[in-house]
Write a new protein. Structure first.
Ligand SMILES: *Cc1c(COP(=O)(O)O)cnc(C)c1O
Length: 403
């Protein structure tokens, strides 16, 4: 929900823009920090969810580390204030240039996704006379029970080293002169809401920890990745994820030795609710079968619905403003809003020249007119980071609650 003052502020701004609620972001970060500190767990923020500089600087102030999936994300994390001792670098296709950059930056750890990559990092480190700290990203074959487009921990996925290949990894580690083995890493998918999935992951982590220790390796870090989901259906009533229950699952099911640290890499859960994409209705097009609400924002500003059939709540926030007339109080003495208007079904679409440029079909909204402000909620994760210049669109603006 936006206050009338906030909606009035929006009315004077050029749309579309991302609106960041920095207070909600801070409350979320505080909740995560408190819940993880209880078990001495280490949290890294997954930069790829949102690398808006203001968001990054807010997050780094809470003492979290950073998880990067490209050389530029490593750079953005360090320049954004994260300590290099807390920066990790994952990704199935790290280029030599990126590896060299991360070696120079002396980051905490590479999360290595194949035997081939292990050899390359060793070679590049040797050339520089350095030792690279590495963890092995293992594909544990655990089903994340999430949308198949955002599942990463099954054998059919490209990520990580399959369990049957671990003997090769062990040999490669033994043969490498310029690698320091830190531990094992997992990331099985995103938008996971079923805690049973994380329990299954813990069982696999325990087995694999044992596998490595039995072969003489010392595991210092158990990195269980991210993936905690958020409630896209209730952005007003359930906008801080249940970090307590999440971390408790790992505390209850993970076997952690005294010399081991447990690391997490949360992206979505930290930032998703803190932003909405605000846009205006350009045209209302009434067809024979459909009514279209044509917005000034499209897949170039928020591609999640088009890319992985994601759901976002869509609100006509102009209709939430109190009606300014002498009929503005209803029989119960409550302030009437324009919401009392007729509800209509719309296909909410963008202006981009693609048929898939539709945020959602058959959205029930108060009857909407040109100029109305539309909020697409819970857009803080994998929103602004995926903005594209397709159709030579203007770059979407960002607006912050504290400015
Ligand atoms: C994307 C990613 C994350 C964060 O995932 P969320 O679902 O946003 O928490 C963590 N670790 C790795 C390796 C990733 O690629």
């Amino acid at each position: 929900m936006f206050s009338p003052a906030t909606i009035n502020r929006f009315q004077n701004l050029e749309t579309p823009f991302y609106y960041y609620d920095l207070n909600l972001l801070k409350q979320t970060l505080e909740a995560c920090r408190t819940a993880s500190a209880k078990y001495n767990f280490h949290v890294h923020y997954a930069m790829k969810a949102n690398f808006n500089p203001k968001v990054v600087s807010t997050i780094q102030a809470y003492g979290f580390g950073a998880d990067s999936v490209s050389g530029n994300e490593v750079r953005a994390a360090i320049e954004g204030g994260f300590s290099k001792d807390k920066v990790v670098f994952a990704g199935v296709g790290k280029s030599d240039k990126e590896i060299n950059y991360a070696l120079e930056a002396d980051i905490f750890c590479f999360n290595v996704e194949s035997v081939q990559e292990l050899a390359i990092i060793n070679d590049l480190a040797k050339t520089k006379g350095k030792t690279a700290r590495v963890a092995i990203r293992i594909n544990p074959n655990v089903d994340a029970n999430t949308h198949h487009f955002i599942t990463t921990g099954l054998e059919e996925n490209k990520f990580g080293v399959d369990i049957w290949q671990l003997p090769n990894v062990a040999d490669a580690l033994h043969a490498s002169t310029n690698l320091e083995f830190m531990g094992i890493h997992f990331h099985i998918g995103s938008q996971i809401t079923d805690m049973e999935v994380f329990k299954n992951l813990c069982v696999k982590v325990n087995e694999l920890d044992k596998w490595f220790e039995e072969r003489g390796f010392t595991i210092k870090v158990l990195n269980v990745g991210g993936g905690l989901g958020v409630d896209y259906y209730n952005p007003d009533t359930n906008n801080i994820p249940d970090f307590e229950s999440y971390f408790k699952v790992f505390n209850d099911h993970l076997i952690v030795k005294p010399n081991q640290e447990v690391h997490f890499e949360l992206g979505r859960a930290l930032v998703a609710h803190s932003a909405s994409l605000i846009s205006r209705v350009l045209y209302v097009k009434n067809g024979l079968k459909k009514n279209f609400l044509i917005l000034d924002a499209g897949m170039t500003e928020l591609i999640r619905p088009m890319l992985y059939q994601a759901y976002h709540q869509i609100d006509n926030i102009s209709s939430q403003l109190p009606v300014m007339s002498n009929e503005s109080v209803n029989n119960n003495g409550e302030l009437k809003t324009q919401n009392s208007k007729l509800m209509t079904k719309y296909d909410v679409v963008g202006p981009i020249c693609e048929s898939t440029d539709c945020f959602r079909k058959d959205v029930l909204l108060p009857e909407s007119v040109r100029g109305n402000l539309i909020a697409i909620r819970t857009a803080g994760a994998y929103g602004e980071v995926m903005v594209s210049g397709y159709n030579l669109r203007d770059r979407v603006q960002s607006v912050y609650s504290e400015e």
